[in-house]
Design a protein around this ligand. Structure first.
Ligand SMILES: NC(=O)c1ccc[n+]([C@@H]2O[C@H](COP(=O)([O-])OP(=O)(O)OC[C@H]3O[C@@H](n4cnc5c(N)ncnc54)[C@H](OP(=O)(O)O)[C@@H]3O)[C@@H](O)[C@H]2O)c1
Length: 320
């Protein structure tokens, strides 16, 4: 690619894969983090670390404003604990503040493109048949807590910011929610909590493809447009689980719970996320020339399980 990219969320689930790819492609990557230890790792990986906190304006704003393109992936903490309503509301308020500080630091004559990463939860229930980005959003789950931030984008576009909006689906990989809720419990032989309710269709995407697509949109996305970053084929959510169990060589043992109890245990956000069908097409993304490496979960989940197992083996060290 060749130009300077400023990446927020560079140490996150999607961001780490994106930075690695961008560096390998020859881009100069300015990677934002709040942590000195993460900054050292980013430098070792070939990026230029920028220390800063989006929650407050600071020196980082100059590194952002002078970049050729900005990819905004940073978000407040999500997974890693029960996601209560209060936690989700704190997320929404902090996300708004982080977005405002970044977007207000960027002038219309500066960046070539700003790729703003939201999520398909902003669209909520859609289809079948498959819907495209012009569908009317009905935010659900995390989407309710993204909506205020997404709704601010037109005002920034109106002052000339070239914003490309990316909406990844359920991003599965060897970290984040997929490792926390599926891979770790399955590998331990635990029963997986499940709502006793109709199994809904979701739009998965492999984390490597999500990262590659977002990076691709920084050069090939049209400002003012939205793009779904999802697999070729929507899937019932429990197929992700079944494929993961199969790849781990573990039996799939579900613990179906009444919706009320399930919601109490996993929190309202996760519960609502599994309560509706989302059937979306990636035709607009593909029309930009993007080709996913893992077009469906049949190819993607076994790859993720192999990566997760090899990372675990590496963390455990050589067998004695
Ligand atoms: N994961 C999914 O399944 C999924 C699905 C759909 C959409 N998305 C969207 O994709 C984007 C990236 O998600 P992700 O899961 O990759 O993120 P993540 O793993 O939760 O990582 C969050 C990132 O945000 C950074 N960050 C948090 N607070 C910050 C602050 N105050 N200042 C600067 N940086 C801050 C963290 O950096 P440091 O801690 O190093 O500072 C970290 O790199 C988000 O917008 C999310 O809504 C994700």
């Amino acid at each position: 690619m060749g130009s300077t990219l400023f990446v927020t969320g560079a140490t996150g689930f999607i961001g780490a894969a994106l930075v690695e790819r961008a560096v390998a492609e020859g881009s100069h990557v300015r990677a934002l983090t709040r942590s000195a230890a993460a900054a050292a790792r980013l430098r070792a990986g070939g990026a230029e670390p920028v220390l800063g906190d989006l929650a407050a304006p600071g020196a980082w704003t100059r590194a952002a404003a002078s970049a050729g393109a900005v990819i905004h992936l940073a978000q407040p903490e999500t997974f890693g604990a029960r996601i209560s309503q209060a936690r989700a509301e704190r997320y929404a308020a902090l996300r708004l503040r982080m977005d405002r500080n970044l977007l207000e630091a960027l002038g219309p004559d500066g960046v070539g493109r700003l790729v703003y990463v939201a999520g398909t939860s902003y669209y909520g229930p859609q289809g079948p048949p498959a819907r495209d980005e012009d569908a009317t959003p009905e935010p659900r789950g995390w989407g309710r807590h993204l909506a205020a931030a997404v709704d601010l984008l037109p005002a920034h576009a109106a002052r000339g910011l070239p914003i490309v909006e990316a909406y990844p689906g359920w991003v599965y990989g060897p970290g984040s929610w997929f490792a926390e809720y599926f891979l770790r419990p399955l590998a331990r032989g635990w029963r997986i909590l499940a709502p006793r309710a109709p199994v809904r269709t979701v739009v998965p995407v492999h984390v490597e493809d999500a990262a590659a697509a977002v990076l691709h949109l920084a050069t090939h996305g049209t400002p003012g447009r939205r793009y779904f970053v999802v697999d070729d084929r929507p899937s019932p959510w429990n197929e992700l689980l079944a494929l993961a169990a199969h790849a781990l060589g573990r039996p799939l043992k579900l613990l179906p719970l009444p919706p009320f109890l399930y919601g109490l245990l996993v929190g309202p956000i996760i519960h609502e996320s599994q309560g509706y069908d989302t059937v979306l097409t990636n035709a607009r993304l593909r029309a930009t020339g993007f080709t996913p490496r893992f077009p469906t979960i049949d190819q993607g989940v076994p790859d993720v399980v192999a990566r997760w197992q090899s990372a675990r083996r590496a963390a455990e060290g050589p067998a004695r």
